[in-house]
Structure formats: structure tokens, C-alpha cells
Write a protein that binds this ligand. Structure first.
Ligand SMILES: Cc1cc2nc3c(=O)[nH]c(=O)nc-3n(C[C@H](O)[C@H](O)[C@H](O)COP(=O)(O)OP(=O)(O)OC[C@H]3O[C@@H](n4cnc5c(N)ncnc54)[C@H](O)[C@@H]3O)c2cc1C
Length: 477
């Protein structure tokens, strides 16, 4: 550990590993220091309920892992990564037993929507056709876009709230609820400016790539990344909680996969008062209450489309999703929250002992809430899948405090490294020319608290590494 490194990364989340790979690939000598005994941050798989049942503690469905311009070019399949593609990317059931499914096939998806069929195609087809141009501009910091026209056209659709966009395009309340299901991944009230952008990006990624997940668990994505990194000569040191930069070996650049609150606690950093003040004003978003189940059989969804999808958005009506996402920001909960459910085992038998199944879910809750929301989560699932509760063998619950204990980046249960509202979407953690650089010329931020924010895409790490290369290793950048 006392060796000399060119660059050191603190934290082994997907962004930390992405940064380390980028630098190591350029020929630098790098190392990762991780506080936990297992690497991966919010991308880890564990037996949370019973032996043999593999649960994704954090991220579970990784469309951006596949879409990421950086990860896409890495030979991760040579390092054991196998993607599983469910027949339907995500499904949205309704109380009358019907459901909409988001297929990779955009026409098949639109055809379910009746009078909104043409509007759906009008909204999403241009985004899908231009995805390859939009992808790198969307998954990067604010700057001059590489493809200004498609980016501007995207911006016109993405800037309104999800509510405004849905009301503008769609007539049917079910179609609006279907769109809300993916827009609500923003963890913002759906009346917030730019909340539409999340629904647009995530739905377009479903039509481009489907919503896949790694065979055996999201932890296998981390494993493939790390095995590749080690094959390049990279080193990782686990169980190393970094509190002072002076405890780390010498290096030209230090990249922190941490959120502002944590970074400000690291001793020995040369941050001026103004930067500290601005970082202290960084906002964290709502938290989540996370559940995992070991099941006797798959979730008995009434509608077949829900049985064919790995992701199910439970927010039965447009009003229910609107209300639940509004209330959590006023520190309240509704009894019918929007629930994000993932089921892997019907498509990936390696997740549970033979004949058994797993399920994963979370709801958005007020930041820092330590309430137990088990009943309302299970009641919502039961609504779409009567008999669900009888299939339960064991359950795990993690409130916001448990989540932060599992991974200190999950401040108050915020899974996106900070609120993703318009003031922090592209200009996180603070508005400056390069959000990855800090006033300390050795220190960079590479976590999801930088653009493009939450999700397993590694692009925060990639862009931070690019900045460090430019500043310290210009010949290599
Ligand atoms: C419940 C949940 C569900 C999610 N679902 C999805 C999903 O389905 N799809 C998706 O794309 N995204 C999902 N996400 C979001 C996604 O996981 C995160 O956006 C992503 O993991 C962020 O990666 P990161 O590298 O920025 O940070 P993290 O993954 O949080 O990694 C940070 C690392 O830094 C380490 N660390 C912190 N402090 C120190 C210190 N002082 N010293 C050393 N190490 C330190 C931590 O232990 C951790 O390993 C989910 C997250 C959660 C929690």
C-alpha cells in the first residue's frame, strides 16, 4: 500500500471503478480504496433473506449499464458478464386487470395505447432515431453539445414537468400513468420542471436496448468491471475507510466517489471557504425504503404482461403517482405509494434455489425516514398480484438509515447522490466549468453527485477521469 501511484480512487461504486479503469487503461498506475469489505457500493448482490436467495441490495436493472458510452466498449463479457433481457422491459398494471408493457418494439408498445398510439410514436420515435447522437450529450456535463439540433429538440420535450408533457401528448389517463411510471424514477414531484426528462431517457433506452440485468445479480456487473480492472494491473484495497487524504499513498490525482457531505469531512483537502459553503448548500433528495423477498413461487401477477417484465411500476393511476411523489417531498406518505418492483428469478434461475424465487422493490420516502413501510408496499403488490403475501418465505427491509449504514453515500436514503432537480441536474455538485474538479488541484469528484447523476452508467467516473487526465497527464489525454 505504500507504493507510489499516479492516481487513487476512493470508493468502488460503478463510478469509482469506471474512473479507475479509464485511468489504468491510459497506462497510469492506479488503486482503489474502499471502506466496505465488499466492493461495488450500491451495485452489490447479497443473500439478504435466506441461504441461496441472491438479492440486489441496491441497483437491480441496468439499462444504462448497457447504454453507457463508456461501459459499452469494455470487454466485460470476457470477464463473466451475461445480460438477461426480459421479454418486456417494464409493465404497468391497472386495477381493472389490464396492463401496458414497454416492449423494445416501439410500434408494439404504441399499439396498446388506443387513441394515444400516434402521440406515443410522435413523442418517442425521434428520440429513438437520434439516440446514438443524443446518448453522449445526455450522459455528460453541461457544455456545447456534440449534436446540437437533436439535443435542442430533446431539450424542448425534456424541460417541462412530466405532468405537462403527459397532458400535452396523451389523452388517456392510463397512458399518462404509464409515462409517469418511468418519469417517477427521477424521485421528483411530477410537477417539477425537467421531471419529464427521466421518463424520456429511460423509456427511449427501453426501446433501444430493453431493460436488461446481469445474470446472477447486479454484483456480477461489479465483479466483471473489477476483474477487467485488475487484468489491466489495477489494485483494490478493501475495508479502508478514508478520513484524511494524508492517509493515502502519494499520487498526482485523487478521485473521490463520494457525495459532497462526505467529501467535506475528509481532512487535509485544500478547499477554500467559498467552495465549502457552496458544497454545504448541496441538496439531497428523497430517500427510499427497500424490500427484498424470498418467495415460494413467482409473484402471481394477474396480468400476463407483468409476468413477462422484469420491472413493474406499481402506481395504479396517474393521480396516485402524482400524489405519492408530491407528498414525500412534504415529508408525508400516502397509503398507495408508487412502488418500483423488480423480479429477476423468472428469467434468471440462478437467483434462487430450484423452484423458488426472489423479488426486489422500493418506494420513495422522506429523506431520513426510519418508518417501516412493509405493509403498504406489500398491499400495493397484492393489488396487482392477489395471493402475493402467501408466497413469502422471508423478507428483508432496509430503511433509509440501514441503507446509509450499508453504503455511506446513500445520505438519508437518497440513491442518486443528491437531488436531481433542475438546479442540480447538469450542474452538480455546484455550477462551475468542470464540476468534477475542486479548488484542490489534486482532488476530483467522480460520484453520482456529478453529471449525469444517478444510475449505473459510470459516466460520472469517466468524465472525472478525463478531467484528471487533462490536468495532470496531458500527454495521455
Ligand atoms: C436501493 C437502490 C436501488 C437502485 N436501483 C437502481 C437501478 O435499478 N438501476 C440503476 O441504474 N441504478 C440504481 N440505483 C442507483 C445506482 O446504484 C447509483 O446511482 C450508483 O451506484 C452510483 O454509483 P457511485 O459509484 O456514484 O456510488 P456508490 O455506488 O454509492 O459507491 C460509493 C462507494 O464509496 C465508498 N465510500 C464511501 N465513503 C468512503 C470512504 N470515506 N472511504 C472509502 N470508501 C468510501 C462506499 O462504500 C461505496 O462503495 C439504485 C440505488 C439504490 C441504493
Amino acid at each position: 500500500m505504500s507504493g507510489k501511484y499516479d492516481a487513487i480512487v476512493v470508493g468502488s461504486g460503478s463510478n469509482g471503478i469506471a474512473a479507475a479503469i479509464r485511468l489504468q487503461k491510459k497506462g497510469l498506475k492506479t488503486a482503489i480504496f474502499e471502506q466496505a469489505a465488499t466492493p461495488g457500493g450500491a451495485t452489490r448482490t447479497m443473500e439478504l433473506t435466506m441461504p441461496g436467495f441472491k438479492h440486489d441490495v441496491g441497483s437491480a436493472i441496468l439499462p444504462l449499464g448497457l447504454a453507457s458510452p463508456f461501459f459499452r466498449d469494455l470487454p466485460l463479457d470476457n470477464f463473466g458478464l451475461e445480460w438477461i433481457f426480459p421479454e418486456i422491459a417494464y409493465a404497468h398494471p391497472f386495477d381493472d386487470g389490464t396492463a401496458f408493457g414497454c416492449y423494445k418494439d416501439i410500434e408494439k408498445t404504441a399499439a396498446q395505447l388506443g387513441e394515444d398510439e400516434a402521440a406515443y410514436l410522435k413523442l418517442f420515435r425521434p428520440l429513438l432515431n437520434n439516440w446514438d447522437k443524443l446518448n453522449s450529450d445526455l450522459l455528460g456535463p453541461l457544455g456545447i453539445p456534440e449534436h446540437p439540433i437533436p439535443f435542442l429538440k430533446f431539450g424542448l420535450k425534456a424541460m417541462p414537468s412530466a405532468q405537462m408533457l403527459a397532458n400535452h401528448y396523451f389523452k388517456n389517463d392510463k397512458t399518462k400513468a404509464f409515462f409517469y411510471g418511468s418519469a417517477a424514477h427521477s424521485t421528483l414531484p411530477l410537477t417539477n420542471i425537467a421531471s419529464a426528462s427521466f421518463g424520456l431517457v429511460l423509456t427511449t433506452s427501453a426501446h433501444k436496448y430493453n431493460w436488461p440485468f446481469p445474470k446472477g445479480g447486479a454484483g456480477n456487473f461489479t465483479k466483471a468491471l473489477l476483474d477487467y480492472y485488475k487484468s489491466l494491473g489495477g489494485e483494490i484495497f478493501l475495508s479502508q475507510y478514508i478520513r484524511d487524504i494524508r492517509d493515502l499513498p502519494n499520487a498526482y490525482a485523487y478521485l473521490f466517489d463520494l457525495t459532497p457531505k462526505q467529501l467535506l469531512k475528509i481532512k487535509g483537502l485544500n478547499f477554500n471557504l467559498l467552495y465549502r459553503k457552496r458544497m454545504e448548500a448541496y441538496k439531497y433528495g428523497a430517500g427510499v425504503f427497500k424490500m427484498d423477498w424470498a418467495l415460494k413461487e413467482p409473484i402471481p401477477f394477474t396480468n400476463e404482461k407483468c409476468r413477462k417484465a422484469a420491472t413493474i411500476h406499481l402506481g395504479f393511476t396517474k393521480e396516485e403517482i402524482e400524489n405519492s411523489e408530491k407528498e414525500i417531498h412534504q415529508k408525508n406518505m400516502t397509503s398507495t405509494p408508487y412502488v418500483l418492483v423488480a423480479q429477476h428469478s423468472p428469467f434468471d434461475p440462478t437467483r434462487a434455489p430450484e423452484g423458488h424465487h426472489t423479488a426486489w422493490a422500493y418506494i420513495h420516502v422522506p429523506n431520513g425516514s426510519t418508518e417501516d413501510y412493509t405493509k403498504i408496499v406489500e398491499d400495493q403488490i397484492e393489488r396487482a398480484a392477489p395471493g402475493f403475501k402467501e408466497t413469502i418465505l422471508a423478507r428483508s427491509t432496509l430503511n433509509t438509515s440501514d441503507l446509509q449504514q450499508f453504503n455511506p453515500n446513500l445520505i438519508g436514503g437518497d440513491i442518486n447522490g443528491g437531488k436531481q432537480d433542475i438546479t442540480q441536474l447538469f450542474t452538480r455538485p455546484i455550477a462551475k466549468l468542470s464540476p468534477y474538479a475542486t479548488p484542490d488541484p489534486r482532488v476530483y469528484i467522480c460520484s453520482s453527485s456529478t453529471p449525469p447523476g444517478g444510475g449505473v452508467h459510470g459516466m460520472c467516473g469517466y468524465h472525472a477521469a478525463e478531467k484528471a487526465l487533462k490536468d495532470h497527464f496531458r500527454d495521455l489525454s
